[in-house]
Structure formats: C-alpha cells, structure tokens
Design a protein around this ligand. Structure first.
Ligand code: G16
Length: 539
C-alpha cells in the first residue's frame, strides 16, 4: 500500500449525475484517483465496507475499475463486487447494491454521451439504497476533492475481471459476478413473462436498438432467450468501447435508424432503444413515437397489469420539466403526485419512504421502486407486459389514454455547446424579469405566474433552489428553461414546452406548440444572447 502525494484539481464538482468530463481529463495523472479518494473521504472512509463497481464498458472503463479496486483495497474496504469485464448497466448496479446489502457502489458512465478517448467519461457514487448520492454527499465530495493532498493505492497486478468468482487483492475480497443474471431474475419477478412470451409466439414483432452500448447482453438474454423474441430483435447488441461511433442517446435524433424503421412500411409492432449505461429508454409504436412524459403516464395508468404492480401504485413522481400528463393519472387513481428537480437522486427519499412507486423524467428516464435508478429495459418490459395484456397497438393505447385524460403536447429544444458566459447571462437576465412577467401578454397568451423552481424534500425537508425558470400561462401552457448539468462542453440550454389539449390529439407537437416556442424566444431573447435561432436537438 502506498500513499501518493497529489494536488487538488479545481473542477471536480459533480453535476446532475456525478462527475462527467472528457475522457482525456480523467486519464491525466491523479485525476481519477483524486476523485475516488474524495468519494471515500466524503462517505466517512471505506474501512470494512463492501462496494459494487461497474460501468457501461466505454473507453477507459476497464482501467478505471482496476484503479478503483486498488484504491478500495488500500483504503481498507472489506470487499468489492464487480461485474464481469468491469461492466454493469446502471440499473443492474443499483440492483446489486441493494440485493447484496452493500455500503454503496461506484458507477462509471457518461450515460448517453458518446464514448472514446476523445469523448466522454464519468463516475458517480450510489448509496446503500442503490440510488445516486444526494446533494449533501456530492457537495462533500467536491469539498474533499478541493483540498486533497494524498490518496491511497495498492501496487499490484491487474485483477482478471473476466474470471467469475472470488479472489483477493491486498487483503480485500474481490468477487466478479455475471453482469446479467441477478437483473434478469428481478425482471422475472416483476413481469408476466408467460404472457409476453405468448405474444411473441403469436407473431408480435419488435426491434430493440442497444446502440452498441451496455444493454445489448441484457436485452438479448431477456428478450430473445427468455421471452422468445425472434433472433435479430436486438440490434447493435455488442457493447463497444466507443459505442461503434454511435451517440448512445435514445431519442428520435440519435436513434434515427430505429425511428426510420418504425415509421416505414415494414415497421415491427414495437420498437425501443436504450442509452450508454442502460437507464434511459425510448419507446416507439408502429408509426407512432411515444414521448417520455406520455410513456410515464401510460405506464402509471396501466402498471396494475404487471404482477409486480398488481396491488396498485402508492404514488408517482416526475421532475419539474416533465409534462403533467402523469399528474392527471395520479388524480384519477387517487394517489399522490410529486414534482421534483431534475436528477434521479431527488426521487430516492420518496421511493425509500414508500410514498411513490413509479417515477420518470422527460429526459427518457422511467423507473420504479424495484431499484433506485431509472431503468431502460424495465420500462420496455412494462410496455411489453401492458401490450400483452391489453392486446392493442401502441397507437390505440395512446389514443385511448388521450381520450380519457386529454393530451399534454410536449417538446424539449436543446441548444448545445453555447459559450458558458452567454448562457449564464441569458438566464440571469430572465431571472431578473420574472417578478414583472405575471399579467404580461405574449403571442396572445397571458402569463399567470413566473418563478425559479425551488424544492423542499417532503421526507427530509432538505431544500434545493434555482432548479429552473418556469413561466406559466393562464391557459395552462408552460415554458421551462434551465441549463443542463450533464454536458461536458460549454453550456446546454434546455427549453421545455408544454400545452394541454382536451381535444384534437393528432397535431404535430411542434405545430401545437408554435406560439409557445415563439413566446419563449421573445421572453428570453435566446437568439440575442446566444446567436442561436434553431435548436440542435428536438425531442
Ligand atoms: C441524468 C440524470 C437525470 C436527468 C438527466 C438530464 O441522466 O440522472 O435525472 O434528467 O441527466 O439532466 P440535465 O438536463 O441536467 O442534462 P443520465 O441518463 O445522463 O444519467
């Protein structure tokens, strides 16, 4: 065991979901090591503790796992459980942390961001409940990283990450586990595999685009092997360190191959994609895209059809920028609905307290109390379970949903890699305007209220301020703006747009939202501040 002298880096502040930087930033001497030591220091040390470690298999994943094993050993950890090859999807890691009753886990991923030596890498810590560390812990990591002077590491040969079984490293136990088995077993407990298998046997067709990322082996095992979907249902199913050059973000822009197929003449009945680390999902029916906010609402309304949720759901939660479609379902079911800041970590307390069963976000994340992360394949299987039970198409299920609840037209416009100062100037100017906005008319709509979203956690009363600017119109329409906390280059402006309709469900969302889009540009002067006229990505 050696103690290495180091110097603090000033940029190790975790964002929405851990520390994400360019891979080369992580590869510079001491950078990863400093942050790993800061994690251990922030959680009161590693001595005698058991951790899970794994990542989405992107470039540098295997090297980082070796470093973390050697540092865990040097910091006195009792045991580390790692996925084979150092690979675990984020939901599978969350499940392992919970199943094995460990003290937490370190997950390596930059999620939906591209991978490779010149792309992105990331690291985050999940707590013993399986969920991302809350803000007081991530703040402590930043404090530790800012004053760090040394870290502990064992000098050793690499551990063979492909040898499933137990070994030791510097007195610490290391267990390498099959990355898929425990997760697949959990899915069998939640969903009616017999009903889904019968649907596939009777000719139901599906395409699952794993985008050369971590879910390939999980989807192949569950969909093709256990549920009998036709071989080839899973495409891009082999995880690659650079995701085969793909941008593993399951949205209509980046999963365009799947979208083209689903909108084409020979579309399968159902399509889905997931992201780099397997926690996000996109769901598409034949000829119809399901927005993540609508997907959450449909899942909440129909969850009782799956055996894991047959007793009903306790409540639902969504991030503030997510559309209010799920709130209408909660009202109908007579259960609580919560509105949290962006970031899965804000759902943890509500899930732990049993206040909510399902939660979701507009950013292609849906999940439940089965783990403490969003879970892409879980959402796909719940959809399959619902389709198998209702025996209707995705399009018919959506139409019936809107007829019952109305439709929340919704879209998000992303303006990426803006110069940080310009983006900050735009947001501060908008914040200063807020108090004067109520009563003002724009694009023929009157503003009813405007604020900067602040959240008080109903369980532990912790507070989070400045979580996004909201402009609410008298007709219930809404504009939300915030800067992304997951980007690695400049600033990304997220503009969220929503409009509720009680009838007329077949409009193109961009057309239905056109006046609101114009109002947002006018109020925030997006072009004036950033020079941007059109968004880079529309979801
Ligand atoms: C992370 C968080 C999500 C969040 C998303 C987008 O997802 O876990 O809760 O909605 O980022 O955040 P932002 O708008 O700040 O970029 P992931 O899949 O990247 O881990």
């Amino acid at each position: 065991m050696t103690t290495i002298q180091t110097v603090a880096f000033d940029d190790q502040k975790p964002g929405t979901s851990g520390l994400r930087k360019k891979t080369r930033v992580f590869m510079q001497p001491h950078y990863l090591e400093n942050f790993v030591q800061a994690i251990f220091n922030a959680i009161g040390g590693a001595k005698g503790k058991t951790f899970v470690v794994g990542g989405d298999g992107r470039f540098f994943n295997d090297r980082a796992v070796q470093v973390i094993l050697r540092m865990a050993a040097a910091n006195g950890a009792a045991k580390v459980i790692a996925g084979r090859g150092g690979v675990l999807s984020t939901p599978a890691a969350s499940n392992l942390i919970r199943q094995r009753k460990t003290d937490g886990g370190i997950i390596l991923s930059a999620s939906h961001n591209p991978g490779g030596e010149d792309e992105d890498f990331g690291i985050k810590f999940n707590m013993a409940n399986g969920g991302p560390a809350p803000e007081n812990i991530t703040d402590a990591m930043f404090r530790e990283a800012s004053v760090i002077v040394s870290y502990n590491i064992v000098e050793s040969q690499d551990v063979d990450l492909n040898a499933v079984g137990e070994t030791t490293l510097g007195g610490m136990a290391v267990e390498i586990v099959d990355s898929v088995a425990d997760y697949a077993a959990l899915m069998e407990q939640l969903f009616d595999f017999d009903a889904i298998r019968a649907m596939f046997t009777s000719g139901f067709t599906m395409r699952f685009d794993a985008m050369c990322a971590v879910t390939g082996p999980y989807a192949t095992e569950i969909l093709e092997k256990r549920l009998g979907a036709a071989p080839g249902t899973v495409t891009h199913g082999t995880p690659l360190p650079d995701f085969g050059g793909m941008h593993p973000d399951p949205n209509p822009t980046w999963a365009h191959e799947l979208m083209d197929e689903m909108m084409g003449p020979d579309a399968p009945d159902f399509g889905a994609a997931s992201d780099g680390d397997g926690d996000r999902n996109m769901v598409v029916g034949r000829g119809v895209y399901v927005s993540p906010s609508d997907s959450l609402a449909v899942l909440a309304a129909n969850a009782y059809l799956a055996k894991g949720y047959a007793k009903g759901i306790a409540g639902v939660a969504r991030s503030m920028p997510t559309s209010a479609a799920v709130d209408r379902v909660a009202k109908d079911l007579g259960v609580e609905a919560f509105e949290t800041p962006t970031g899965w970590k804000f759902f943890g307390n509500l899930l732990d307290a049993g206040r909510v069963t399902l939660c979701g976000e507009e950013s292609f994340g849906t999940g439940s109390d089965h783990v403490r992360e969003k879970d892409g394949l879980w959402a796909v299987l719940l959809w399959l379970n619902i389709l198998a039970k209702r025996k209707e198409s995705v399009a018919d299920i959506l139409q019936a949903h809107w007829r019952k609840y109305g439709r929340n037209y919704y879209s998000r416009h992303d303006f990426e890699a803006i110069e940080t100062e310009k983006a900050n100037a735009m947001v501060s100017a908008l914040r200063k305007l807020l108090a004067d906005l109520p009563g003002r008319s724009v694009e023929g709509m009157t503003i009813a209220a405007a604020d900067d979203f602040a959240y008080t956690d109903p369980v532990d009363q912790s507070t989070s301020a400045k979580q996004g600017v909201r402009i609410l119109f008298e007709d219930g329409s809404r504009i939300v703006m915030r800067l992304s906390g997951t980007g690695t280059q400049g600033a990304t402006l997220r503009l969220y747009l929503e409009k509720y309709a009680e009838s007329g469900f077949d409009q193109d969302p961009q057309e239905a939202l056109a006046p609101i889009i114009r109002a947002a540009h006018e109020l925030a002067d997006i072009t004036g501040y950033t020079g941007r006229v059109e968004p880079d990505v529309i979801t």
